[in-house]
Design a protein around this ligand. Structure first.
Ligand code: AMP
Length: 112
């Protein structure tokens, strides 16, 4: 159900977000606790909990999310950035509505 998580509530307009892009399949907004000068989250409108739930039928949606991640990064003027999808609690996932982090704007160490 869309409204179960904080991101679902953002999709429903129940809580505000600093939106940077929206279309019929997804929404992108700034992370409330940015880990870099640019930190944007891209979320599908479809309430997938994580990549674990994604199926073959979501192939086009997942590709779209990646292209939107590129679009928002380029709109911020980035030519170098990191795209992260945490999957499951041990990975650091805290919000169980699939989301892509777009992180950049300064030197990023690797491994993270
Ligand atoms: P993850 O740890 O991969 O699940 O990432 C969740 C991200 O959501 C974290 O970076 C949080 O700072 C961010 N976050 C949580 N609540 C909000 C909110 N209301 N608006 C924007 N970002 C949020």
């Amino acid at each position: 159900m869309t409204g179960e998580t904080v991101f679902g509530k953002i999709l429903l307009g129940e809580i505000p977000s600093d939106e940077v892009f929206s279309d019929d399949k997804c929404l992108a907004f700034r992370d409330i606790q940015p880990q870099a000068p640019i930190h944007i989250l891209v979320i599908p409108r479809k309430p997938l909990k994580s990549l674990l739930e994604a199926q073959q039928e979501d192939k086009e949606l997942l590709g779209h999310l990646l292209l939107v991640a590129k679009k928002v990064a380029r709109n911020e003027g980035l030519t170098s950035w990191r795209t992260v999808i945490n999957t499951g609690e041990s990975s650091g996932q805290t919000v169980f509505h699939l989301h892509l982090h777009v992180i950049g704007g300064h030197e990023l160490g690797w491994p993270p």
